[in-house]
Design a protein around this ligand. Structure first.
Ligand code: GLU
Length: 452
């Protein structure tokens, strides 16, 4: 027998937004299929009429595309009910399933007609590609229900019919489905379908090692998109969660992942979804964005956020902050938070000198005033053009600062420039602000301190 061409399925139920776990299921199936030059099938399991919504299906499709995943065929279970009905009829005709009239469990006294599978009551053994041989005694399942009526097949039945008609070769899914497998195999055997290969991988865990859920952090892929995660970084992190490629590499592009993917390298125990690690991955990708592209994105956010704070935006000033910003953020959202916290305000407005927080409060403001006066003189001797270079400013101030004590001199300098007790290197800030502005701020700080 020749190996069949690999065909896998991504079968989410559209009962919620795309979950991190759904993304992982899709990634694993996608990598496996592409590694074997196989076919990826997206199947919307939209049979839950109460909880299923088109907007959730859309969200799943959009989120998976955002991650760079795609598929070759697309189906919706709601459009395939004829096929389920036909399969159900043939099973009843063959005497392998039967209609049973019984009292509804939900509504006492109401009689309903369900379809039950005649369970041969055997041991079912299947070889799981991750967990090895698994045997279930299926007697306790009894003649289980496979349809609410001939027209309304239940989930297990629909999945089995679809997997067969779609010629699925590998069912790769989370181990929360493992107990469904014997049931599905019994239906398969009754219908005379070929058995696909199974692989059940352990589910992702939240930080507290419990099942990943809303309680343990954001689980919707869209919220990571909205926070400005880079899709390649997110994809990379989710892919290597619970998978160690043979090369042991952690940072891989999608083609590299496809090249390296081997289902045997999936871990046998659950991996923890760790936001800090995800941020680390994102930072890694952020650092690699070409300067121009980074600048464009950063500028857009800065302009929007700075203007929102009612400050006067200057793209010239903004452009000088890229390097600093890139150092300080892991995700684009961090830049928004930074600006929202007022940490860049002093680049776009005069600082307000809060004299309660005077640097080096233990020493008298007199010391700060004295050093600021000296700094003013030193800085006045630097030409306007030289002032654009932070190294020049540093070189001019350094002798004085080391003589007087760098802390005693540079703290007031930083305070004069930013009004904050904590801020980046004063030489950097000074070079961005320019000579005129710096001299003005030093004078203002002296005035504010003198009033204490
Ligand atoms: N629709 C199912 C779910 O979202 C997946 C079914 C399967 O993998 O067989 O959990």
């Amino acid at each position: 027998m020749t190996e069949r061409d690999v065909r896998v399925r991504i079968p989410p139920s559209p009962t919620g937004n795309c979950h991190v776990g759904t993304a992982r299921m899709a990634i694993i199936n996608f990598l496996f299929a592409r590694r074997h030059s196989g076919t990826v099938i997206f199947r919307s399991e939209d049979t839950d009429k109460e909880r299923g919504k088109q907007e959730f299906e859309d969200d799943i499709v959009i989120s998976l595309h955002w991650l760079g995943l795609d598929w070759d065929e697309f189906y919706r279970q709601s459009e395939r009910t004829d096929m389920y009905r036909e399969a159900l009829r043939s099973l009843i005709d063959l005497g392998k399933a039967y209609v049973s009239e019984e009292e509804s469990k939900k509504e006492a006294g109401r009689m309903i007609r369900v379809v039950r599978l005649k369970n041969p009551g055997t041991n079912v053994t299947f070889t799981d590609l991750i967990r090895g041989d698994i045997t279930f005694d299926t007697t306790e399942l009894g003649d289980f229900v496979i349809a609410r009526s001939v027209d309304d097949a239940l989930y297990h039945f629909a999945v089995v019919v679809d997997d067969a008609l779609m010629k699925i070769t590998h069912v790769i899914r989370g181990d929360d489905h493992i107990s469904n497998t014997p049931r599905q195999i019994l239906i398969q055997e009754a219908l005379g379908f070929e058995r696909p290969k199974y692989a059940h991988y352990p589910l992702l865990l939240g930080a507290d090692k419990s099942k990943l859920s809303k309680r343990t952090g954001d689980t919707a892929v869209r919220s990571y998109k909205e926070e400005g995660y880079i899709p390649e970084a997110f994809l990379n992190y989710i892919a290597i969660l619970g998978w160690t490629p043979a090369s042991q590499r952690e940072i891989l592009s999608l083609p590299e992942m496809i090249e390296e993917f081997d289902i045997k390298d999936l871990h046998k125990s659950g991996a923890v979804f760790d936001i800090e690690k995800l941020r680390w991955f994102n930072r890694n990708y952020l650092q690699k964005i070409p300067a121009e592209e980074f600048g464009q994105a950063a500028l857009g956010i800065m302009e929007e956020m700075v203007s929102e704070r009612g400050l006067k935006w200057s793209s010239g000033t903004g452009a000088q902050l890229y390097g600093m910003v890139r150092e300080r953020i892991s995700v684009w959202k961090d830049l928004r938070v930074l600006i929202d916290d007022g940490e860049l305000d002093y680049f776009f407005s005069e600082p307000r000198y809060n004299t309660i927080d005077i640097p080096g409060k233990k020493s008298a403001p007199e010391s700060a005033i004295k050093h600021l006066n000296s700094l003013r003189e030193i800085l006045a001797n630097i030409s306007e053009t030289q002032f654009r270079n932070q190294e020049t400013i540093k070189a001019s101030v350094w002798n004085y600062a080391t003589k007087e004590g760098t802390g005693a001199v540079l703290w007031p300098f930083r305070y004069a420039l930013s009004g904050l007790a904590r801020s980046p290197d004063p030489f950097f800030i000074a070079s961005v602000l320019g000579k005129e502005c710096v001299i003005k701020r030093v004078a203002s700080a002296i005035r504010a301190l003198s009033a204490v």
